[in-house]
Design a protein around this ligand. Structure first.
Ligand SMILES: NC(=O)c1ccc[n+]([C@@H]2O[C@H](COP(=O)([O-])OP(=O)(O)OC[C@H]3O[C@@H](n4cnc5c(N)ncnc54)[C@H](O)[C@@H]3O)[C@@H](O)[C@H]2O)c1
Length: 219
């Protein structure tokens, strides 16, 4: 079940999945809207009988020096990245508890672990996602729910493509400072996601799994 902002992206991904023979369903929502998240989960339960795994992937960033943030821009980034993640987690708690099991995978960022001068709101929100993950893992372990966070490094997507435009020399610097000497591809996150979604990770909760080509290991 895909959930994203309404629009072409959601429709196109659904069509792409169906073309490969995968059953897929979709719902449009804004994750910062708590009621919309509750309705999306209720729809998933009604149509598919429950939620086995929740992957919280929605995220936005605006790069600027911290002294320049308008209040609305700060709120937008923190609301989508942090509150949105919480909203979806809270919405799946009841059906996962009823089932006696569930796996929540939050997508954080290495900018939760280190930072730079132009990502105050994003870094703060992703730092929040890390601590949210740990707190929920403690709270919901007894309900059979595991909660973990994947911290991707520089992955080639629409989000990071904008960073290449905003920050001169960024694309080359990423390659130069990454031990595995390349940008990550979205496919580089498949293994960690499958691990955290499967029984192989049943004794793993509150964990932060860094998938970054070694960039945070490097000084
Ligand atoms: N690309 C990277 O280098 C990188 C690195 C670390 C972490 N991440 C994280 O990975 C996740 C996916 O990002 P991406 O790189 O694929 O970027 P992306 O822009 O391609 O995807 C972000 C997705 O979030 C959705 N979204 C935005 N606002 C939303 C809202 N209000 N409600 C619901 N959905 C909304 C967008 O429609 C889009 O599908 C994000 O959480 C991002 O912070 C990305």
């Amino acid at each position: 079940m895909l959930a994203d902002l309404p629009g072409e992206r959601l429709d196109a991904l659904g069509a792409e999945l169906r073309a490969t023979g995968v059953k897929s369903d979709a719902i449009a929502l804004q994750v910062e809207n708590r009621e919309a998240c509750a309705n999306a989960v209720a729809a998933a339960v009604a149509r598919h009988g429950g939620v086995d795994v929740l992957i919280n992937c929605a995220g936005v960033n605006t790069r600027m020096r911290p002294e320049l943030y308008a209040e609305e821009e700060w709120d937008r980034i923190v609301d989508i990245n942090l509150k949105g993640t919480f909203n979806m987690c809270q919405a799946v708690h009841a059906p996962m508890t009823l089932a006696g099991k569930g796996k929540i995978i939050n997508i954080g960022s290495i900018l939760a672990l280190a930072s730079n001068a132009v990502t105050a709101a994003y870094s703060a929100s992703k730092g929040g996602v890390l601590q949210l993950t740990r707190s929920l893992a403690c709270a919901w372990a007894a309900d059979g729910i595991t909660v973990n966070v994947i911290q991707p490094g520089w992955i080639d997507t629409a989000l990071s493509r904008q960073a290449r435009v905003d920050i001169p020399g960024h694309a080359e610097r990423v390659v130069a400072t990454t031990p595995l000497a390349r940008w990550g591809e979205p496919e580089d996150l498949i293994g960690s996601t499958l691990f955290l979604a499967s029984a192989a990770s049943d004794f793993v909760t509150g964990a932060s799994l860094v998938v970054d080509g070694g960039v945070t290991a490097h000084i």
